[in-house]
Design a protein around this ligand. Structure first.
Ligand code: UDP
Length: 313
């Protein structure tokens, strides 16, 4: 296959590019580099089956030649990033999705949208199955991301129903691993950075909020299977092992063999507003239709991630 991956210089886009290159496919990577980083794909530059275009997919995009698949992964993804870039976040989820769908349509390519567990908002159902409609505040600070992704899903389904486009939607739950930005503000890089530098780990609020963390390689496997599958409606891909943020902080301290203390702070209101109190994927659908489940446990995944960050602190 010849694929376009938007957001190719990001954390997930670069790992996906690696996977498709390693499977023998040809990848055109696209990124505007507002949160992506060329270091993530430096090893692919010069590869005969990889090319890179620096472009903002929220503007009209042109790709020469045939395409068999378009994977739309471009978007700021950490709360800090989308609070800092609210309008580009809304644009890439709306205009960027429209442009990439239009491109997939003219090329006759299959389309895969990177959606998110944020479509469930601050959920009132736990774990979250794909059939749950969510509980999102459209005008809160997270609304710029949540609503952009909800619109993106609606637009993708409209292209499927109205234009007959082959589309797939992955709802990605919290994912971590090498190539996350040390300062992207999310809990995994924050805690690891703090643990490695001896700084206190900053738990927001009382730390009773929960998340379920998956290692990037499990996600990449799920996305690969989903693209090749016949499943046309959204599929959750995440690790169902749920823990409180306080327990997660203890896990990081232990795995990084750190002396850091754990402190509880109240971040600025914008940052913490609408912070989901629980999050855990129901992955029965992924098991059923993709024969997929996560393989990497938290201790192993965190150890790999700590090693990656250690070389960068
Ligand atoms: N969090 C925290 N300390 C930090 C960063 C994040 O306690 O230094 C919390 C945050 O409030 C949220 C959880 O960790 O409850 C996950 O936050 P993250 O930004 O990683 O992503 P989210 O799942 O909210 O999109």
């Amino acid at each position: 296959m010849r694929l376009l991956i938007t957001g190719a210089a990001g954390f997930l886009g670069s790992h996906l590019s690696d996977r498709f290159i390693n499977e023998g496919h040809t990848v055109v990577g696209m990124d505007n580099l507002i949160t992506g980083n060329m270091d993530n794909i430096a090893h692919l530059m010069g590869h005969e089956r990889f090319s890179f275009v620096k472009q903002d997919v929220s503007n009209h995009i042109y790709v020469a030649g045939s395409l068999d698949a378009v994977l739309h992964f471009a978007s700021p993804a950490s709360p800090n990033d989308y609070l800092e870039h609210p309008i580009p976040t809304l644009k890439v989820g709306s205009l960027g999705t429209h442009n990439t769908l239009g491109l997939a349509k003219v090329k006759g390519a299959r389309y895969l949208l990177a959606s998110t567990s944020e479509v469930y908002g601050d959920p009132q159902v736990n774990p979250q199955p794909e059939t749950y409609w969510g509980h999102v505040n459209p005008i809160g600070p997270r609304g710029v991301y949540d609503e952009a992704k909800r619109f993106a899903e609606a637009m993708t389904l409209a292209y499927q129903r109205y234009h007959g486009l082959e589309t797939r939607i992955v709802r990605i739950f919290n994912t971590y691993g090498p190539r996350m930005r040390l300062k992207d503000g999310r809990v995994v890089p924050n805690f690891i950075h703090q643990a490695l530098t001896g700084a206190p780990l900053t738990v927001y609020g009382d730390g009773s909020q929960t998340r379920s963390f998956q290692y990037y390689s499990d996600l990449v496997e799920g996305i690969y299977r989903l693209l090749l599958s016949d499943e046309k409606l959204p599929v959750n891909i995440g690790n169902p092992v749920e823990m409180t943020i306080t327990d997660f902080a203890h896990a990081v301290v232990e795995i990084a063999r750190s002396d850091s203390e754990i402190i509880f702070i109240n971040p600025e209101e914008e940052r913490f507003m609408d912070d989901p109190k629980v999050r855990r994927p129901d992955i029965s659908k992924a098991k059923r239709v993709l024969n997929w489940e996560p393989k990497v446990n938290l201790a192993d995944g965190l150890a790999q991630t700590v090693d990656f960050f250690r070389s960068r602190v």
